[in-house]
Design a protein around this ligand. Structure first.
Ligand SMILES: [Ca+2]
Ligand SMILES: [Ca+2]
Ligand SMILES: [Ca+2]
Length: 313
């Protein structure tokens, strides 16, 4: 995580922009930060048996024994490997529960201490390290050379440990930015928001790819990279080459065809049926333009009028 101080700083700026956007966006539900805890499994003690009798869990999982029998049970856990004692539970009176969290990878057999014919198995499987990028969603298909495009990247922790790692976003092979995911709990996912400023990018088609860095001990690297489709970088406000649907690609002119699409989306935000993120050029009429603000309004019309009649140099 070290060699990218500059882009970390950039990603901090990105985050600040993203946060300020979220204040105005009616879309904060998109920022899903699931924080589910580790799993709790239930074993019923019923009819003098453990149900289920065998359980395979991950390190950090909790098991709750629920005593539905009319007698007290006490659980005695031994290592399968050598029969020595691992743990003795508290006495579990009728209609009560006892829970234990298993942090180490271990294979155990357990018994009712007073009735050794009642037995069960707990396998705590060795955890793996595995992070993944599971989705990349650019908001635009066309972005003007002075404007920005928001890109959502969903990352997941599919392993057995809490992970901290960097995620780098690329347009072709050019780094757009890097963000750090801190303490992503196992079995959870989170969405990172990148703001790609297309200033300085040559016109053309760019493949957007997100890559999660390898975490220590990780072997499944196939899912660390996720490639989206493409985003076209065009001259500012050249969003289309036709008024037919779907619009033809940018044609190197800003004319009535582009204005047609702007007017069609005018007044919209992401909740409206006529919303078109390609026409949300900016969030200001100042130079350099502020990132898209989730509205197509007079600010975007300002930019369209500024570039209206221009042809590609
Ligand atoms: Ca992986
Ligand atoms: Ca055009
Ligand atoms: Ca706007």
């Amino acid at each position: 995580m070290n060699p990218l101080k500059l882009s970390n700083r950039k990603s901090f700026v990105t985050t600040v922009i993203a946060i300020s956007l979220l204040i105005t966006f009616p879309l904060s539900t998109l920022l899903i930060r699931e924080a589910t805890a580790q799993t709790t499994h239930e074993v019923k003690i019923i009819d003098f048996a453990f149900v289920p009798q065998s359980l395979t869990i991950n390190p950090g999982d909790t098991v709750m024994w629920n005593n539905t029998n009319p007698v007290i049970h006490t659980l005695w856990f031994v290592y399968v490997s050598n029969g020595s004692t691992y743990l003795l539970s508290d006495p579990i009176p009728p209609d009560t529960t006892w829970t234990h969290t298993f942090n180490d990878a271990v294979e155990l057999q357990y018994y009712d201490f007073d009735r050794l014919w009642i037995t069960g198995f707990i396998t705590v499987q060795a955890g793996v390290h595995d992070v993944a990028v599971i989705n990349v969603v650019p908001w635009k298909t066309v972005v003007g050379q002075i404007f920005s495009c928001r890109i959502n990247v969903t990352v997941a922790n599919e392993g057995g440990f809490t992970e901290t790692f960097d995620v780098t976003l690329y347009a072709n092979t050019i780094v757009i930015g890097t963000e750090t995911v801190y303490d992503l709990l196992l079995g959870t996912s989170t969405i990172l928001i990148f703001m790609w400023d297309a200033t300085g990018f040559a016109k053309g088609s760019y493949t957007i790819t997100a890559e999660a860095e390898q975490v220590p001990g990780e072997t499944d690297l196939d899912d660390n990279t996720f490639e989206d489709g493409t985003v076209i970088v065009a001259m500012p406000c050249d969003v289309a080459g036709s008024t037919s649907t779907p619009p033809a690609p940018p044609d190197g002119k800003v004319n009535y065809k582009d204005l047609y699409w702007l007017l069609k989306a005018y007044g919209s935000d992401p909740s409206k049926p006529n919303w078109d993120p390609n026409l949300d050029f900016a969030g200001s009429t100042t130079t350099p333009p502020a990132p898209p603000d989730g509205k197509v309004n007079y600010k975007d019309l300002y930019w369209m009028l500024t570039y209206y009649g221009k042809t590609d140099p």
